[in-house]
Design a protein. Structure first.
Length: 299
């Protein structure tokens, strides 16, 4: 199934800093974007991001609209601060509405999640905090028999923060230490490719994409994806240019590893080049992703 991330200001009814509808590809209303995505083959919308302490009421209308038009929901979660409570709806209160109603519209839930990070400090300590938090969450998910799986995301390396999840090895270490069927990996393809280009000292996109892959164990533990291309403004760009991401190579590797999750586009539309309309960039990216997924599933 194809998925598409919509950023939280849209759920909150807020405009972006550049234009009231940049984040919905210059459609007049978010419902028109949802219709266009569904018509193009998208079956799921990801909330990017749903903080645990957010006002769930602010998100309800659009979440319900997504379900009402026949699309599923995935969550991009967030960890910060303390997480008190003995049930998942208590430790992640902004998920209450989703947890109460999702079963009417879909069989299961997926939450993409970053590890704890900080501007300074010990990566080892942040790793420990992340593992301990996930172990607590897994206990609640298991006790409540929630069909919820958490995918730890590989992040882009940044000199401005300490992050135990900014490498393939770091994410694998977290997932292996938690060692639960409820916790897998969100492969962020754009972050992986960005880090790969940095390792090779490349400031411009090569015409022929680099075809390095994460290790087989990483691919086998993937339960979700974030997919975006590289561009002049960095990550989260469209897939319009063929060399923005070795998409077809990545999809093929995932499918050979037995991947059954969603192929989720995670685009930041107010970063796009203006060589064509935002909606054209979005729908061209959807079409490329759909072609890649269908091609590999039939070979």
């Amino acid at each position: 199934m194809l998925g598409f991330s919509i950023q939280s200001p849209v759920f909150l009814g807020k405009s972006s800093k550049d234009s009231p509808n940049d984040l919905i590809a210059h459609y007049d209303r978010v419902e028109l974007l949802l219709d266009a995505l569904k018509s193009s083959g998208v079956g799921s919308i990801e909330i990017r991001i749903l903080p645990r302490g957010a006002d769930e009421w602010a998100y309800r209308d659009l979440i319900q609209t997504i379900w009402d038009v026949g699309l599923q929901v995935t969550i991009h979660g967030h960890v910060a601060g303390e997480h008190p409570g003995s049930r998942f709806a208590e430790i992640y209160p902004s998920m209450s509405y989703v947890l109460k109603h999702f079963h009417k519209y879909q069989d299961s839930l997926t939450m993409a999640l970053h590890a704890f990070d900080a501007k300074t400090g010990s990566e080892e300590e942040l790793h420990r905090q992340t593992v301990e938090l996930l172990q607590d969450w897994v206990g609640m998910i298991d006790a409540e028999q929630l069909p919820l799986r958490i995918g730890i995301e590989n992040n882009r390396k940044k000199s401005s923060k300490v992050d135990p999840g900014d490498s393939i090895e770091g994410v694998l270490r977290i997932v292996n230490e938690v060692n639960s069927p409820y916790v897998g990996i969100t492969w962020d393809m754009g972050h992986f490719y960005s880090n790969l280009l940095d390792v090779h000292g490349l400031k411009e996109l090569p015409e022929e994409p680099m075809l390095d892959l994460p290790p087989a164990e990483f691919l086998q533990k993937a339960i979700h994806t974030h997919i975006h291309g590289m561009g002049a403004t960095g990550t989260h760009n469209p897939l319009t240019r063929r060399n923005s991401l070795p998409l077809e190579h990545y999809v093929s590797a995932l499918q050979q590893a037995g991947y059954k999750g969603k192929y989720n586009l995670e685009l930041t539309m107010n970063k796009f080049d203006q060589d064509q309309s935002l909606c054209a960039h979005v729908l061209d990216s959807v079409r490329r992703l759909q072609a890649a997924a269908l091609l590999e599933s039939t070979t």
